[in-house]
Design a protein around this ligand. Structure first.
Ligand SMILES: CCCCCCCCCCCCC[C@H](O)CC(=O)SCCNC(=O)CCNC(=O)[C@H](O)C(C)(C)COP(=O)(O)OP(=O)(O)OC[C@H]1O[C@@H](n2cnc3c(N)ncnc32)[C@H](O)[C@@H]1OP(=O)(O)O
Length: 259
């Protein structure tokens, strides 16, 4: 594990990953990119973990890719290394557990993109989001033009990408980028409670639900409905579905055993 990324496993089945380059507002280096991929895979394979929280600090989730590192790169440097191509494949294909982005302060450029790669964003009331790459003579390269447009619509995405302006937490929530806003005070503790709630459910069924919601971004409505129906039917093969519905009828707390 790199010192640029801190892993804290908290009781209640939640693994917390904290970006740790405060001096440069958590600018995202290749080192942290690799560490993040390894840490996510480790949490994915840890049966004691049912949900993951990715966060930064009060001033910044991440202010983007590390500009100082990138500024002298050539086309061949980034093309030959397939810069940022690999880690996204890891995130997309291997991480089936829910990953919540807990964003306080700046989430800009690659920082906003990284937050959008997570399953949903909970923002502190001081959060600021943006894709300012245009001001650097480049464009978003980790999904900013694609996920942002799908999340908030063409008009506002075009505004943000072409002007490089930021939007605050309220604008981000009303635009649909952010699931909910929490006060900065006790922010991470409150996000972890949300994650613990998810981790206390049936992890395999949570994974199925995540897959279905993600499928909606990749399929036609009819294909998505068919996929959802198959997965809904599949939940009836799990012991957790039996436990969940019996617990409701017997008016008691369900004890999911991830089976
Ligand atoms: C398993 C899956 C893993 C996937 C992980 C993916 C990780 C890799 C992501 C790569 C993405 C590449 C594609 C992306 O679209 C490209 C970009 O992100 S380009 C960068 C976009 N970001 C910006 O343009 C923001 C730049 N920063 C600012 O505008 C300002 O810093 C601010 C945020 C408005 C704050 O301003 P201030 O409060 O005045 O603070 P300072 O500016 O003084 O900053 C303090 C300190 O931090 C340094 N710093 C800030 N941002 C960066 C940065 N992005 N890179 C490097 N350094 C940064 C700044 O220089 C100061 O340092 P100091 O001068 O004190 O040494």
């Amino acid at each position: 594990m790199s010192e640029q990324l801190v892993l804290t496993k908290i009781d209640g089945g939640v693994g917390v990953l904290t970006l740790n380059r405060p001096a440069v507002l958590n600018a995202l280096s290749n080192e942290v990119m690799e560490a993040l991929g390894e840490a996510l895979l480790a949490l994915e394979n840890n049966d004691a973990v049912g949900a993951i929280v990715l966060t930064g600090n009060e001033k910044a989730f991440a202010a983007g890719a590390d500009i100082s590192a990138m500024k002298d790169w050539s086309y061949m440097d980034v093309y030959k290394s397939n810069y940022i191509g690999g880690p996204w494949e890891t995130m997309k294909n291997a991480i089936r557990k829910p990953v919540i982005a807990a964003v306080s302060g700046y989430a800009l450029g690659g920082g906003c993109e990284l937050a959008m790669m997570c399953d949903f964003i909970i923002a502190a009331d001081n959060a600021k989001f943006g894709q300012p790459e245009i001001k650097l003579g480049t464009i978003p390269g980790l999904g900013g033009t694609q996920r942002l447009t799908r999340a908030i619509g063409k008009s506002k995405a075009m505004d943000l990408v072409l002007t490089g302006r930021m939007m605050d937490a309220k604008e981000a929530e009303s635009a649909g980028l952010v699931a909910r806003i929490l006060p900065l005070e006790n922010f991470l503790e409150e996000v972890v409670k949300v994650a613990q709630g998810i981790a206390g459910l049936s992890t395999p069924v949570v994974m199925m639900a995540k897959q279905c919601v993600n499928a909606a971004l990749e399929t036609t409505l009819e294909q998505g409905l068919q996929y959802e129906r198959r997965v809904f039917h599949a939940t009836f093969a799990t012991q957790d579905q039996k436990e969940g519905m019996n617990a409701f009828v017997e008016k008691r707390q369900a004890n999911f055993r991830n089976m």
